[in-house]
Design a protein around this ligand. Sequence first.
Ligand SMILES: Cc1cc2nc3c(=O)[nH]c(=O)nc-3n(C[C@H](O)[C@H](O)[C@H](O)COP(=O)(O)O)c2cc1C
Length: 426
Amino acid sequence: MAKLSDFELQLGDKCVLPLVIGGMGVDISTSDLALEAARLGGVGHISDAMSPYVSDSKFGTKFQSTKRREFVKAYSLDNSLHAKWDPEPTYKATYNQVQDTMGRKKGDGLVFINVMEKLTMGNPCETLRARLEGALDGGIDGITLSAGLHNSSLRLISDHSRFRDAKIGIIVSSLRALKIFLRGAKRVNRLPDYVVVEGPLAGGHLGFGEDWKEQKLENIVSDIIQYLSKEQLPIAVIPAGGVFTGTDAVNFIKSGASALQVATRFTISKECGLPDVAKQSYLQANEEDVEVNLSSPTGYFMRMIKSSPSLQSNVKPNCDTLGYLLDREGNCQYRDAWERGPVDERGVKLPISEKMCICYHFMRHQCYTCGHYVYRLKETTERLPNGEFYLPPMEHIFNDYMESEDFKINVAKAPSDSVEKVTANS
Ligand SMILES: Cc1cc2nc3c(=O)[nH]c(=O)nc-3n(C[C@H](O)[C@H](O)[C@H](O)COP(=O)(O)O)c2cc1C
């Protein structure tokens, strides 16, 4: 019986194991998680979501507070102003994050960065260029373009010296979206090296409308493989969304995929950036605790655990300090919903159920987005005497994907000293 470790992913001159840990912002797919994936011979992702904030917390820079101070000063002179994004700090923040990560890289695998087009920052084109250039200059192995059609993203970096040497891929949820991207790619004569095909069971934002329930990853992958083969386009196809065991992964490879992208299984790993309280919520979740809703101000559907603190919040919009989602005109759907939102008899805003302040809640890891099979995580690791679950190192989960046969999961066992500690404290 074939195992995932029997296969390889060839990306140009690079050959790696066919498992990609997907990007999870904000700093959920940490550098440590991505570096472990690379050390083990696979592909890891960092995410550039809110990189100024991530750089400030990790490297002591002051990008976020400077932006706020400058806005307050300008606003005191003209209160019709909207927060403005200067691309330069965004470039530096991405560069810091990537350079630090790549400087620590070991092993034969690769580290990519996930770059979401929807983070428009009130200045969509220039901030996107800064983010892409920051990643390339920082030495990233590859860029995964996501959350958007990325019509002109390749053009923005077509003069960069690493435009052809760094790997570039895009996440799509339909053949139609891929065709639109390929039209732009042909204009700059640069095919993507890979395409991640994300189905309706994935975590994060979904690239589908109301009909997401009727979609099947297998069908979209098959359409895309047939199209690429007919057009003789040598692009690796990487399905994502609901691939829970190594055997699920092998089945996709047998039908023509080159590798798989996974995320939810790694959200409970030691290296994942979520706080332990969120990891335990993922582990405790049952199927009925998960919903797909439209609370994200991006306008995309998103899957999350219903008890996410972000869904019970009345937080004041943080657009002037954060504002990663501001459109060109300085608008954000959460700010509109908050301004319209109801107040109690003392004039205090009631929780805004319609939308969430995604910048604020992602910064605090309070939006528990997850893949459909989050409720199966409890099958993958040992329950401790105090009712909590053991949080395994990512290496265990990675190796389980590699070696699993017959849909089996190698349950992570807590080392005996950590079980004793929990028993003594309970
Ligand atoms: C907690 C979490 C955060 C995510 N954040 C992002 C993101 O910032 N950008 C993105 O393109 N995809 C994001 N995703 C999607 C994953 O990268 C991945 O493609 C998908 O979840 C794979 O499906 P699986 O979780 O069922 O394995 C996220 C997924 C999870 C679970």
